[in-house]
Design a binder for this molecule. Structure first.
Ligand SMILES: Nc1ncnc2c1ncn2[C@@H]1O[C@H](COP(=O)(O)OP(=O)(O)OP(=O)(O)O)[C@@H](O)[C@H]1O
Ligand SMILES: [Mg+2]
Length: 368
């Protein structure tokens, strides 16, 4: 997939800016707080229909304005697509693909596939499970059309159940209806997550061996209901969830919380059998995330037959030079966007496009 052009109007600190991109490497550089990450956010919006960092769409509208508009020209599955997103303080966000309105975010997903890697991901292995779940969910949502809707149905049911558990005079029949629905959706979500975690693991294992000179065996273990899920357990997942539901029934009533299920699951990154979260060095933890991200890119190619667009936000400066070379060598046949404050290191790359950003506008664009 290739992003050809972006047009930003009243988006973040951009008033009116059009930028053409190179099919290979785009280096977006400039001082801090000039608007580099905002460009990546603008591109990212067209993958899931929502931002990777804004809680509310409104945050993306320029402080002084009431409406923002983004246009993105891209090529996906050999089709030229003109995307448009209108964000307003007063009305619902509108998305168009080739001038046809997109009704739900899930109808947009899959048009432009993106892998985003920013500094916030560097602690993915170390921190709590929320972002590990979020990361895998974003990946699967782009690869499997029905997943995003199932996930949002599941979240709504969990919210409903949470409200009900807090009610002193709760309708027990409604609670059991909800539990039944939650169980069915949980089975399908867990099976899908397991399937994709294993696909990622297969690719990531090879990359980890390559990057560690054959020394490190990487494993990704899906943890659900406090259990390490393997092939055998996934076959019996419905039974496991039913048993767990009976086990925690009283605790859920007591603590008035939904205490198990896909919204509480986790992924354990292991190297040579040891959990990286507890035993890995910071460098090993960072490398494992880098490996996971490269594996995501490869998985898109395997599943869709096309590379996604890779957005590397301020990440290169976090990697040592051998890791930087590894990334640039590994990812030669796809479009990459790199933001950085110092573009010097990339001047050796032939055919790269250098875009200098200053105060929400493009100061200079040079191709070498
Ligand atoms: N809604 C908005 N309206 C106007 N300006 C905004 C809005 N949201 C963010 N900004 C401004 O955008 C700038 C930050 O842009 P961005 O995050 O793209 O910076 P950056 O160039 O990536 O910086 P860094 O190198 O520090 O990561 C800030 O100055 C911020 O005040
Ligand atoms: Mg930034």
């Amino acid at each position: 997939m290739i992003v050809k052009k972006i047009k930003l109007q009243n988006f973040r600190n951009y008033k009116n800016q059009e930028i053409d991109f190179n099919e290979k490497i785009n280096i977006i550089y400039g001082n801090n707080a000039q608007g580099k990450t905002n460009i990546l956010e603008g591109i990212y919006l067209f993958s899931l229909g929502k931002s990777n960092r804004a809680q509310k769409d409104e945050e993306m509208i320029n402080f002084e304005e009431n409406d923002a508009s983004l246009e993105l020209d891209f090529v996906s599955k050999e089709r030229e697509i003109k995307g448009k997103i209108d964000i307003s303080r007063k009305k619902r966000k509108k998305i168009f693909l080739n001038e046809i309105p997109v009704k739900k975010n899930s109808d947009l997903v899959g048009s432009l596939n993106i892998v985003f890697f920013g500094p916030e991901y560097l602690s993915l292995v170390r921190e709590g499970p929320k972002n590990r779940r979020k990361n895998i969910d974003i990946l699967i949502s782009q690869l499997k059309a029905s997943y995003m809707n199932s996930l949002s149905d599941y979240k709504k049911l969990i919210d409903q159940k949470s409200v009900l558990l807090k009610d002193d005079f709760k309708d027990k029949i409604f609670l059991s209806v909800l539990n039944e629905k939650i169980l069915n959706l949980s089975v399908s979500l867990i099976k899908t997550r397991f399937e994709y975690i294993k696909k990622i693991e297969k690719i990531a294992k090879k990359i980890q061996l390559e990057i560690s000179g054959g020394k490190e065996n990487l494993e990704l273990e899906y943890i659900s209901c406090g259990l390490n899920i393997d092939e055998k357990k996934i076959e019996n997942i419905e039974k496991i969830l039913t048993q767990k539901a009976e086990e925690v029934f009283q605790r859920e009533e007591k603590y008035r919380e939904c205490i198990f299920g896909p919204h509480r699951d986790d992924i354990d990154f292991k190297i040579n059998g040891q959990s990286l979260k507890f035993f890995g060095s910071q460098g090993q933890q960072k490398t494992a995330v880098l490996v996971q991200k490269i594996a995501e890119v490869e998985l898109f190619r395997e599943e869709i037959g096309e590379y996604p667009v890779l957005l590397l936000d301020d990440i290169m400066s976090e990697l040592d030079s051998s890791r930087q070379d590894f990334v640039l060598n590994k990812l030669q046949n796809m479009q990459i966007f790199i933001t950085c404050t110092d573009a010097e290191r990339f001047k050796v790359l032939s055919g790269a496009n250098f875009i200098e950003i200053e105060k929400g506008s493009m100061k200079k664009c040079t191709c070498i």
